[in-house]
Design a protein around this ligand. Structure first.
Ligand SMILES: Nc1ncnc2c1ncn2[C@@H]1O[C@H](COP(=O)(O)OP(=O)(O)OP(=O)(O)O)[C@@H](O)[C@H]1O
Length: 267
């Protein structure tokens, strides 16, 4: 599994985007990385996947430092994969099926196996119905789901989701939330988002970033009760935590749990 140890990363213009970052993906099944704009979330993901190389410290996979030669990275990215915030960065602009099949064809996998895997990935993200459409005709939300399918098809062990719901309407946000929960049954996921309700709902362990440093970490239920930590990181509480604080109800992790509690109270 992946560990980030004492990692520092500076961009070419001298911006120190990450400083002394320590992250252990063993701490949760779905890990949240939260922080205000510019706190370093995307830079961290790019370091974890080996697109950027740290100036100090390292990223470890199964106890060994990752290597940056092409051969190693090709293998590494079969285990750990990223869905970028902007789906345009991920799609190649053929039709949806070919786009999702592309990485498998690159690995010379037989077409009948590709068909099974591509169709399964598209079904998982509810994109099967537009599998024959050209990618450039899709809506933004549809592109986001196809980009997710393109990563799911690889069968990786860890998936990094950078802002998976940015730019999506509430219905699509809910759909992505359910997809994340389903994927999390089989894989380790790391999610970065400004949507604290999403993070609180899907993540079990959270890292809080501020200006490139880890300001705090812990279980979701603990981190979101730390008022000072959230204030310093310029973050909001999830609505379920607000209700707990204001009404004194138990702290629920999902809205379904709150509704069940409400129903029982009124019976
Ligand atoms: N290519 C680059 N060159 C120089 N500085 C950069 C570059 N990309 C990002 N930065 C800087 O690195 C810091 C971290 O940026 P990053 O994009 O990782 O933050 P983020 O938490 O993902 O932000 P957001 O929530 O807005 O997506 C910021 O100060 C940003 O200005």
């Amino acid at each position: 599994m992946i560990k980030v140890e004492s990692l520092e990363f500076k961009y070419e213009d001298g911006t120190k985007a990450l400083d002394n970052i320590n992250i252990d993906l063993n701490k949760g099944k779905t890990i949240g990385v939260i922080g205000a704009n510019g706190s370093g979330k995307s830079t961290l993901f790019l370091n974890m996947i080996g697109i950027l190389k740290p100036n100090k410290g390292c990223v470890k996979y199964n106890g060994s430092k990752i290597n940056y030669n092409k051969k190693y990275l090709r293998e590494y990215r079969r285990k750990i994969n990223i869905v970028f915030q902007d789906p345009e960065k991920q799609l190649f602009y053929s039709n949806v099926y070919d786009d999702v099949a592309f990485p498998l064809r690159n690995l010379n996998i037989p077409e009948d196996e590709i068909k099974v895997r591509v169709e399964a990935a598209l079904k998982k993200v509810n994109a099967y119905e537009f599998k024959d459409k050209p990618v450039h005709f899709l809506s933004y939300g549809q592109k986001k789901r196809v980009a997710m399918a393109g990563v799911l098809v690889m069968d990786s062990q860890v998936i990094l989701l950078d802002e998976p719901t940015s730019g999506l309407d509430p219905h699509m946000t809910k759909e992505i939330k359910n997809i994340i929960k389903e994927i999390a049954m089989e894989k380790n996921i790391v999610v970065s988002s400004h949507d604290m309700d999403l993070i609180y709902d899907v993540c079990d362990y959270i890292y809080v970033l501020r200006r490139g440093q880890i300001l705090g970490e812990g279980l979701a239920e603990e981190v979101f009760l730390k008022e000072n930590l959230l204030e310093m990181a310029l973050l909001e509480k999830p609505w379920l935590v607000k209700i707990h604080k204001i009404l004194g109800t138990p702290l629920f992790k999902t809205e379904e749990q709150l509704f069940d509690y409400g129903i029982q109270k009124h019976i």
